[in-house]
Each structure stands twice: as C-alpha cells, then as structure tokens.
Design a protein around this ligand. Structure first.
Ligand code: NAD
Length: 526
C-alpha cells in the first residue's frame, strides 16, 4: 500500500471533533498516532495529566448519580441503540480500527460484532442480574433476606491496542447498564477508535459526561485513575497487570485483570486433521497473532504428527498477508516496531536453538513495514523463548506427544492459563481433556470464536492470565456492590426482659439438641 489516505479514512474535521471529546482541562503536549500499514501520521490527541484524570472522575461520578436513578429498562434500551449506531457506522468504524491497528478487515469486523453481541446480551439479560434477589433467611419463616445490587460508582477502564474497539466498549457496556459512570484510558496507539466508539455512545443517548476519555501514557495516568475510581477493569500485559493490581490493592479498589497467555492447542489422534489444521491456523494467526486467546503452542499425538504438520503448513501458506481496507487479506500488519522486534527475537532464538522454520519466518516489507509472515516452528526446545514467553505475534510451534496425558502435561507447563483448545472426533473425550487443562476457557474443535461469542458464559484467565471474568452474570456483577437487607418477623432475637438467664441457657441447649437431631434425620441424610 502506498498510502493509507488518512484524510479519507478519518478526515481532519472528524479527528478534531474526536479530540475535543477527550477530558483535558488546559494546553497539553500531544501524543502522535501513526498508521502501522505505512507509518504515516494519523493525528494527535492530548497527553492528559493527573489533573485531567481527577476532573474526568468527578464528571463521571456526578453524571452517574442521575444515570443510576433511571429505570434499568431505559438504560437497556440505550444499549440497544448503541448496537444500532455501531452497525450504522460500521464502514467508518472498521476504517478507523484498521488505520490505527493495521489489522485485517475481518479481524476489525469481529470487534464490531462483539460489541453488538455484548450490547444486545446485556440489554436483554442485564436487568435480571441487577434485580433484587430474595435469599433464604437465617431463621425459616422468621427472617427474610433480600440482596440488592447497586452501582459501585465510577469504573475505570485501562485498555490495550490489540482489540481497541471491543475491549474498550464491550467491557464498558455492563458497567453502564449497572448504573455506573466510566473513565476510559485507551492504549496510546489507538485513541481514535475509542473516541469514535464513544461518540456513537453519545449519539445512542448515553449522557455525555457519563463516559469520560483520558488519553496519554499509562505510567502517568494509572495511579491517579486507580486512586479515584471504585472498580478497575484492566486488560493488558501481565507485567502491567501486576503494577495496577498493586495500586488497586493499596486503595482497596476491586479490580478485574485480563492479562496475557501462552495458549495451547491439543490435537488428539482421532481428530479430523484438515479441520484441526484450518481451525488452528485461524486461531493462531487471527489479528497477526496479537490476540490474547490465540494459540502459540500445538501438541499433537505422534501418530498423526507428520500429516497434521503438513496440513498446518498448507493451511498457513494459504493465508494472504496484506495491508488493505477490504476483505482480501487474511493476516494484517503488526502494530508497532516493538512487536516486530519481539517476533523476530523469538524466531531468531528458536533458530539458534535448532528449531526448524517450516513456513514463514520472514518480514514482508513488500506489504508493509511491520508485516511478518505467519510462521510455523517445529523441534522447538521447551525452554526456548517462543515456547515459554508470550510472543503475541504470528508464531506457532508444533510438538509431537505420546498421547493425551503428555499433551495435557505440556499444555499446563506454563504460568499462564487463558485459553486452550482440544481437537478430537469424540467430543465427550475432548471435554474430559478440556477439564484437565488449567485455563479459563477451552474450545473443543474450534479456535476461539465460538467461545468468544458465548457472551452468556464467563471468560477470563487463571494464574498469570488474570483475575475476574467478563461476560455472563459475572461480567456485570463485578460492577455492583451488593447490599443484604434482612427483615425479622416478630420480636428481635435478643434476651427478653425479666426472663432468667438460666432459662434462656436451657432453651438454647434444647435448640442445639433439636439442631443435632435435625442434621441426622433431615431428608437426604446428614
Ligand atoms: P500493556 O500492559 O503494555 O498496556 C495496556 C494498557 O495499560 C495501555 O493502555 C497502557 O497505556 C496501560 N499502562 C501501561 N503502563 C501502565 C501503568 N504503569 N499503569 C497503568 N496503566 C498502564 O499491554 P499492551 O501491549 O497494550 O497489550 C498486549 C497485552 O495485553 C498482551 O499481553 C495480551 O495478551 C494482553 N491482552 C489480554 C486480553 C485478555 O482478555 N486477557 C485481551 C487483550 C490483550
């Protein structure tokens, strides 16, 4: 591509409007945004300060108070309008996502559809999750207990660049539905995507001050943000996750952390080899491998290893690397020089340690300055960088194993635990293997899409991959404080005036005897 034609994709007047949506209270230095496809300048946003963050939190909190008073059905209707706005503006949104990330258009489309799915899901189901629940009281017939779900106040979102639309908005929608204000800190590389999406929220009827956006450096904005908010949703690297978890711990602010992964795919001997190869290639090279749930390691039963490796190489070589704003390329660009350097370093380290590059292993400067071929490695030693550290790029290693037991052990030989997959003709057996893999989600006979689109089921990581879950009931409850209100029928549970204490003691002991008898004889046994 000669030029991204930034003026056509994101015209100056739109950039100016989006820039003005940032909460900054004075003259600020600028943060430059470039297009990975060509390295051209896209525009600039303010480098916000701690003062801007405080202002943003104050505004979100003030707007949140009125928002929380609205009936939940009204808030849900606005979420449905958000989905409509996203669909109506799809061409512009996809252009902006591609402009800032350099990803393929299919990958950008997945982001958009994810936002629509989440908006629709929480608009339909959210009010049930937020409704007051009658609970079993302490004393049957005497005590009633009701659980209420209140908004926490202000939710802070710190987001990465790899899925700048879906991660900023899909995680925000349940927070809004629950009645909270929000302060969003998008990644340095992708502020215009977040701002464009927030503008659509404004159009859909979300009160303007309710969602504040601060742009700039995480190192500057993280601390003041965590100090002022009531829940932190952080998505990013495990290293930064540890820093923000420390800040949240100091403030006793609840936090959900969606972090890195080193996701395995396990191919059993009865798998359909062609399907597994195709599915794993997509699951590894979607978003040029810059996807938290993409595969970086495959463990294949040795009985089908040769056939599978060959099929995987063929499936990988069918993927077109490209830089264009249409649906032709399968694999887009990496986002930045530091990503390219990590990919190159991991492949160089693998080569030095004797691994074979079955396909790929080269830059594609003819396509774009940051493009890199989807790469399949074999013979990778277990202690190589590409075997242990998150590459977060289009590099996949394939290793033969003696059977499912070894595959599970190798899959679990990592500090991460985000996502995994199992490939088999026997889905019951696959489920058994899945249950032994230490990961927050496991897809059977699929890469990641079916799991990701299952918005009714929680998704998140174990170990170094994070704390907390998005999607489903857990994905909205984390944005609430629960309050339990109990009501007592009859007199309070307290000594009655004038009754001697020894009588009360006897009555209490008799009560304990009744409890003991009941525990032994109740229906269903002790
Ligand atoms: P990153 O940790 O470098 O940055 C993420 C965000 O944190 C950015 O907005 C950044 O500005 C901010 N930040 C940086 N330093 C900070 C600090 N000291 N305090 C507060 N905020 C700070 O991550 P990245 O490179 O943008 O994203 C890639 C990583 O994200 C990968 O490890 C990937 O696996 C992970 N990720 C995880 C998920 C998931 O759902 N588990 C999803 C997407 C990406």
């Amino acid at each position: 591509m000669d030029t991204v034609d930034a003026e056509r994709r994101l015209p100056e007047r739109t950039r100016e409007r989006l820039r003005n949506r940032v909460t900054s209270t004075g003259e600020r230095d600028e943060l430059e945004v470039t297009a990975p496809y060509t390295g051209e300048r896209v525009g600039a946003v303010p480098l916000c300060t701690a003062e801007d963050v405080q202002t943003a939190i104050e505004r979100a909190r003030a707007a949140g108070a009125a928002w929380a008073e609205r009936p939940v059905e009204q808030r849900a209707a606005i979420l449905q309008s958000v989905a409509d706005e996203m669909l109506d503006d799809r061409a512009g949104l996809l252009d902006t996502v591609q402009l800032e990330t350099g990803k393929a258009r299919f990958d950008a489309l997945e982001e958009l559809l994810d936002v629509v799915l989440n908006a629709d899901y929480y608009a339909r189901k959210g009010s049930d999750y937020l409704a007051a629940d009658e609970r079993t009281g302490g004393l049957p017939l005497v005590t009633t207990a009701t659980e209420y779900h209140d908004p926490v106040g202000v939710v802070g979102l710190i987001e990465p660049w790899n899925y700048p639309l879906t991660l900023a908005i899909s995680d925000m929608l349940p927070a809004l539905l629950a009645g909270n204000g929000v302060v969003l800190k998008p990644a340095e590389a992708t502020p215009f995507t977040a701002l464009r999406a927030v503008e659509l929220l404004d159009r859909a009827g979300v009160p303007t001050d309710l969602v504040q956006v601060v742009t700039g450096r995480g190192e500057t904005l993280g601390e003041p943000l965590v100090e002022g908010i009531d829940h932190l949703t952080f998505t990013g690297s495990t290293a930064t996750g540890r820093i923000v978890a420390g800040l949240a711990g100091q403030q006793l602010v609840d936090a959900s952390l969606e972090l890195g992964g080193k996701n395995p795919a396990v191919v059993l001997e009865d798998a359909d080899i062609a399907d597994a190869a195709r599915g794993i290639a997509r699951g590894a090279f979607a978003n040029a491998g810059q996807l938290c749930i993409s595969f970086e390691r495959v463990f294949v039963d040795q009985r089908i290893y040769d056939d599978f490796r060959d099929a995987l190489v063929r499936a990988t070589e069918r993927l077109d690397v490209g830089a264009s704003f249409d649906f032709e390329p399968d694999v887009g660009s990496l986002i930045a020089q530091h990503q390219l350097e990590t990919v190159q370093a991991h492949v160089a380290d693998a080569r030095e340690r004797g691994a074979t590059v079955e396909t790929g292993g080269q830059r594609r400067e003819d396509v774009g300055p940051l493009c890199y071929e989807p790469t399949v490695l074999t013979g990778l030693p277990a202690d190589a960088d590409a075997a242990r550290e998150e590459t977060f790029g289009p590099v996949l290693s394939v290793t033969p194993v003696a059977g499912s037991e070894e595959a599970i052990a190798r899959a679990n030989d990592t500090d991460y635990g985000l996502h995994a997959s199992v490939w088999t003709a026997d889905t019951e057996r696959g489920r058994g293997v899945a249950r032994q893999i230490e990961a927050g989600s496991v897809s059977i006979n699929d890469g990641y899409l079916g799991m990701w689109a299952s918005t009714d089921a929680p998704m998140g990581g174990v170990g170094d991959s994070g704390i907390g879950r998005r999607h489903g009931r857990q994905g909205i409850e984390k944005y609430t404080e629960t309050q339990t209100v109990t009501t007592q029928r009859g007199p309070p549970l307290a000594p009655v005036d004038g009754v001697p204490k020894r009588w009360i003691g006897r009555a209490a002991q008799a009560g304990v005897e009744v409890l003991r008898w009941w525990r032994r004889h109740r229906p269903g046994g002790p």
